[in-house]
Every structure is written in structure tokens, then in C-alpha cells.
Design a protein around this ligand. Structure first.
Ligand SMILES: Nc1ncnc2c1ncn2[C@@H]1O[C@H](COP(=O)(O)OP(=O)(O)O[C@H]2O[C@H](CO)[C@@H](O)[C@H](O)[C@H]2O)[C@@H](O)[C@H]1O
Length: 601
């Protein structure tokens, strides 16, 4: 593993002993079945890692061989994907996703992409799937279900609904969700009521299957049915982390949801939802559940006004200690978060739950990210004609951004949040060297003021070679992905990463730090095998030398061995990144969760 040692926010240490007694009993009772599940998990993890590594070896990217076209199931008239009945799972489930984002309605990053597409893939496989997200705006085509529920004894929420692509999209309405600025913060920082907003989301999600009659199938006039109590919840990140706690502490003691299971999907461990200990009384949990949500920071990490003893209410920690199974978005990241360097203080807890911790690489929306039909591109193309198609997009982007239009200049791109995680600071450090190599560099992102200023500096200093677009622009991200020869992803850590998957689908070669999902998905080019293998280049040392070395290899291959470079592009385009592939692995996790009794009874 190659993780850069990072400076930490206050980061907690193990608090396993604080788990409620019921957890300990449950843990003993299920020891056998969990061992069984662990064996399954090991097999599955080995399989998924092997698949990642061996895929390019099985392919034969010889120029004369016809290209393998990744089969995306054609959508039906209503936009839902169709999976043949014989390929569907034997056990069909009622699945409820709980998330703070779902594209296209709300998205600040990859979480929105994932929750906007994985449920569709699961619905296509026959499951009944609901996604519960906040109603941040008056979304078109959604209707008020008329259902009102009172939470915490004082807060009324209502539910809006839209059926699309086989999924029930449910928007929780409360005045606190609609804000003129961002989803989570404005220019003054995170909203002070974020804890309340996402606590209410979790409670509303627990109430939805019990109170919200929804039509089965696409006929809005058809018979309406509740989802009921036999639910597999997929809680995403800290915003959904209280779902497993409520199931165990609030519902099961009253005989509700006794047969439900919860999966906590961790997309980014860095954000944990940390609040003062006195906020516990606002969560509506019985007093004896305080231990499940408290996290006590070690002395050297205590900071802030409520941290004299290092005590805090930590939502993600609460989910980690109570969910039936834990999931991260790549096998590599599932290993890293059990270590000091990648655990952000949760490593002890996560290691203690290693038997139920798995990693599944994200898929991508193969419709939205399809160079053959992408509406943002100057020219559509496929694997059969990618050379000409990419050249046309490159010329169009160079023209649009006011760069010299030259097909022979390597075009490098960076797309992502400008923050500590994505390594834009390393990119800026190496930028002068890159410029000396005679390349063009285009960057797109928003984030911290210093890094945004860095992009402006880059453009001002190298007006003939560099562009730094400060902003969030989906169209531009598609254009850059299609136009670039090389996509740079110098992330310090990366739970999965989607941009490298988009890049490969568009015949753009990733150069990435070998961390988390980047290490799992970008296979290093090796010209010495017959036939050559690899879909890009990675570097293990997170420093300027590492990035320069990998970029240098990519540039010299592009310039001196164009046929090898095209082989790399072709292998990337052939990679099956469809959600159907990942959805099957999610079904395994659901199955293992259902074999074991609830972790917290
Ligand atoms: N300025 C901009 N303009 C337009 N589009 C922009 C943009 N900046 C970012 N994006 C888009 O936002 C998405 C970001 O995807 P990432 O995988 O990098 O996610 P992120 O780090 O937010 O999420 C976390 O969750 C995801 C999903 O699990 C993990 O892949 C990831 O590793 C983890 O950190 C991509 O679709 C990207 O194109």
C-alpha cells in the first residue's frame, strides 16, 4: 500500500469497548456464522482482486483482432435497464438506499454518481429498490405523496416521489434541506444544523418503508404497496450512518425490522460527522446507546471547543459499530482503512470488524459516460474509430479554451475537487516540469481557496500551455475526458475514484497514485509481456519524483511508441466497468448479511 502520511484532523482511536452490551452478545452468538461469512468474503475478495489484475492478461489487444465491445443491456421504453431473467438472482430483495446525494438531482462528487446508478442496476436485476435522499430543491416531475411523518417528537417531514428507471426515488422534504448555497456548506463553512438534517434523513428513511405506499412497477395508477419490514438498508457515508443504530436501538426493541439488515457503504472515511457529546440527546436514542455513538479522541488529537476530554458524537463510528456488514468502494481501500495511515482514527474499529468488511469497485453509468452517444462531445466515437474521434475532440477543446490547436502536443487533464485528498498541490508542484516537456495541461475543479488560486497561477504563468477552470462544470468534464491523451490522478488517497474509469472508457490513459481503488483499477503498462498488458501507469511514492516518473513514462510511450499507447487506450476502452458487474457483488454482500442474524439485536 502506498498511502501518503497525512496531517490529521482530530482523529479518534478505538472505542470498541464502548459498544452496547447487546452488540457483544450478538457478536458471540454469530461467531460461527461470521467465520463462515468471512471465508466467503475472502474468496470473494480474492476473486475480485484477481479479476482486476487478470482481466488485461486474458485480452489479446493485437491490432488485427476485432475489438471486444462491452455489452450494456439496452434500456427499455421507460429507461430501466433490462437484465435477462436467467441472469437475475434467485433471491429478490427490498432494498433501501439512504444517501445525502443522488445524481442527477444532487451531486457534489462521486457519491452522487454511485447512488444515481447502482440502484438502477439492482432494480434491473429484479430487486425492488428505493433511494431516500433530501429534497434540496423543487425537483421537476416529482410529486408529493401526501404522507407526513413526525420525527423526534417535533419534526414533520413529507415525502416526494418519482419512479424512474425502475427505481423509487424518494425525496424527504423539510425546510432545513433547501439552502441557497451548497448542499452541505456555504461561504461561512458547514451548516450548523447538518447534524439535525442528516439525523432526520436517517429517521425518515427508516419510516419510509413502513409508511409510504408506492406502486409496484411503472404504472403510477397500479396497486400501491408498502416496502414493509423485510428490508436491506444500504446506508451511505456518515450521513446515513445512524440507520443501523436506529434499527437496533429504536425499532427492534419494539419488534419492528427484526428481519432487516443494514450495510454501511463507506465512500470516504475522512468525513465522519463529528459533533459535541451533548448533541446525543437530540438523536432520539435511548440513553444506554450513548456508547455506540461516542468516540473519544486520544490526547494528542483533541481540539475544538467540545474536546476537553476528547469526547464526541461520531456518526460514522456509530455506523461502523452497529451495521451488519461494512463495505468500501474498492478492495484496496478496504485494506488501507484498517491501518493507521488510512483509517482516520477508525482503523482499530474497522480491523475488529474485518470479517464483515468487504470492498467492491464502483461501476459507472455506461449510458451517461459513453463516447459513442455523449451529447457534450464535438465528435462521438467508439473503440473502432477512437483515434480520429479523440483527435476531433482534442482540436475542439483546444479551440474552445484558446490553446494552440495542435494534434501533436500531448494533452494532459486533471478533474476533481481541489482538496487535500485529490493531490492538486502535487500537480501544481510538478506543473513547471510538465510545461518543460512541451505538453498542454487543462485542469477543472473547485475547492480550497489556495488550490483555486493555484489553478489561476498556472493559467497566468503558462498561457500558451495551461488552463485552470475553477468551477463545477459537467459538460467540461466530459469534453476534457474525451479530448485528453492522459488523465492525471495524483490522489493522496482514493477510496475508488470514478474519473479513471470514465477516462479508460473514453480511451484516455490514466496516470495515477497507486492507492485505494486507483491501485485496483489502473493496471501498469508492461511492454515486455507478449502481448503487452496494462491500462495506464501508477506511482507508489506520493511525491514529485513519483508523479514525474509515471508521467514521463506515459509521455515517452505516447511520443515514441504510439502503437503501444493505442494498445493501452484500447484495453482501457474494453474494460467492463458496468454497474451490473458490481451489482452482482453487492448481492453477495446482501446474501451474507441475511445468513447471519442481525449484528445488534
Ligand atoms: N469541477 C468539476 N466539474 C464537474 N465534475 C466534477 C468536478 N469535480 C469533480 N467532478 C465529478 O465528480 C465526480 C467525482 O468522483 P470521485 O470518484 O472523484 O468522487 P469523490 O472523491 O467526490 O467521492 C468519493 O466517493 C466516490 C464514489 O464511491 C469514490 O469513487 C471516491 O474515491 C471517493 O472519494 C466525478 O464524476 C467527477 O467527474
Amino acid at each position: 500500500m502506498a498511502l501518503a502520511k497525512h496531517s490529521r484532523r482530530a482523529a479518534p482511536r478505538s472505542a470498541g469497548s464502548q459498544a452496547p452490551r447487546s452488540i457483544v452478545f450478538a457478536a458471540r452468538n454469530v461467531a460461527f456464522t461470521r467465520r463462515h461469512a468471512q471465508q466467503q468474503a475472502v474468496v470473494a475478495l480474492t476473486r475480485s482482486v484477481d479479476e482486476e489484475v487478470s482481466a488485461p492478461r486474458q485480452e489479446r489487444p493485437v491490432a488485427s483482432e476485432p475489438a471486444r465491445v462491452v455489452a450494456t443491456p439496452p434500456p427499455s421504453a421507460n429507461g430501466a435497464l433490462q437484465i435477462p431473467v436467467e441472469d437475475r438472482p434467485k433471491t429478490l430483495r427490498n432494498i433501501v438506499f439512504v444517501s445525502s446525494e443522488a445524481a442527477p438531482w444532487s451531486k457534489t462528487g462521486g457519491l452522487g454518481d454511485v447512488v444515481g446508478s447502482l440502484p438502477i442496476a439492482l432494480a434491473a436485476r429484479g430487486h425492488r429498490v428505493m433511494v431516500v435522499v433530501p429534497r434540496y430543491a423543487d425537483y421537476e416531475d416529482t410529486h408529493d405523496t401526501g404522507v407526513r411523518v413526525t420525527l423526534l417528537g417535533h419534526t414533520q417531514v413529507s415525502y416526494f416521489h418519482k419512479r424512474a428507471k425502475g427505481v423509487d426515488w424518494v425525496f424527504v422534504d423539510h425546510p432545513s434541506y433547501k439552502r441557497p448555497a451548497g448542499l452541505y456548506a456555504d461561504e461561512h463553512g458547514p451548516y450548523p444544523d447538518n447534524q439535525f438534517r442528516f439525523t432526520a434523513l436517517c429517521l425518515a428513511a427508516c419510516e419510509a418503508p413502513l409508511n409510504l405506499p408506492l406502486p409496484r412497477g411503472d404504472n403510477a395508477e397500479g396497486q400501491k404497496e408498502l416496502y414493509g419490514q423485510d428490508i436491506t438498508f444500504v446506508a451511505n457515508d456518515w450521513h446515513g450512518s445512524l440507520v443501523p443504530v436506529y434499527l437496533a436501538g429504536k425499532y427492534r426493541p419494539h419488534g419492528v425490522y427484526t428481519n432487516s439488515r443494514s450495510i454501511l457503504a463507506i465512500h470516504n472515511l475522512r468525513h465522519q460527522g463529528v459533533y459535541p457529546p451533548h448533541s446525543f440527546k437530540e438523536l432520539g436514542l435511548p440513553d444506554n446507546w450513548y456508547g455506540a455513538v461516542e468516540f473519544q479522541y486520544p490526547p494528542h488529537q483533541r481540539q475544538g471547543s467540545y474536546a476537553e476530554e476528547g469526547r464526541s458524537v461520531n456518526h460514522l463510528k456509530a455506523g461502523i459499530t452497529t451495521a451488519d456488514r461494512l463495505l468500501t468502494v474498492s478492495p484496496g481501500y478496504s485494506g488501507e482503512i484498517k491501518t493507521y495511515l488510512g483509517g482516520w482514527g477508525m482503523e482499530g474499529l474497522l480491523a475488529s470488524r474485518a470479517p464483515v468488511l468487504s470492498g467492491i469497485v464502483n461501476g459507472i453509468d455506461m449510458e451517461e459516460w459513453n463516447p459513442a452517444s455523449d451529447k457534450f462531445l464535438a465528435a462521438n466515437y467508439s473503440i473502432a474509430d477512437f483515434k480520429a474521434g479523440k483527435a476531433a475532440n482534442k482540436a475542439a477543446l483546444q479551440k474552445e479554451l484558446g490553446l494552440p490547436v495542435n494534434p501533436d502536443v500531448p494533452l494532459l487533464a486533471f478533474i476533481g475537487r481541489l482538496d487535500f485528498q485529490k493531490g492538486a498541490d502535487l500537480l501544481l508542484q510538478v506543473a513547471p516540469w510538465m510545461m518543460s516537456q512541451g505538453v498542454q495541461l487543462v485542469c477543472l475543479g473547485t475547492g480550497t481557496p489556495d488550490l483555486e488560486a493555484g489553478l489561476r497561477w498556472l493559467e497566468a504563468t503558462y498561457p500558451q500551455q495551461a488552463r485552470g477552470w475553477v468551477g463545477f462544470n459537467v459538460a467540461m468534464s466530459h469534453k476534457m475526458t474525451a479530448a485528453a491523451d492522459i488523465l492525471l490522478m495524483p490522489s493522496r488517497f482514493e477510496p475508488c475514484g470514478l474519473n479513471q474509469l470514465y477516462a479508460m472508457r473514453y480511451g484516455t490513459v490514466p496516470v495515477a497514485h497507486k492507492t485505494g481503488g486507483l491501485g485496483d483499477t489502473v493496471i501498469d503498462f508492461n511492454p515486455f509481456t507478449q502481448p503487452p498488458v496494462g491500462t495506464g501507469w501508477t506511482f507508489s511514492n506520493f511525491d514529485a519524483g513519483g508523479l514525474m516518473h509515471a508521467t514521463g513514462l506515459a509521455l515517452s510511450t505516447l511520443r515514441k511508441h504510439p502503437e503501444d499507447f493505442q494498445g493501452i487506450q484500447r484495453r482501457g476502452m474494453e474494460r467492463d466497468s458496468s454497474w451490473n458487474c458490481a451489482a452482482k457483488k453487492y448481492e453477495d454482500i446482501f446474501e451474507w448479511a441475511s445468513i447471519d442474524p442481525p449484528y445488534c439485536k
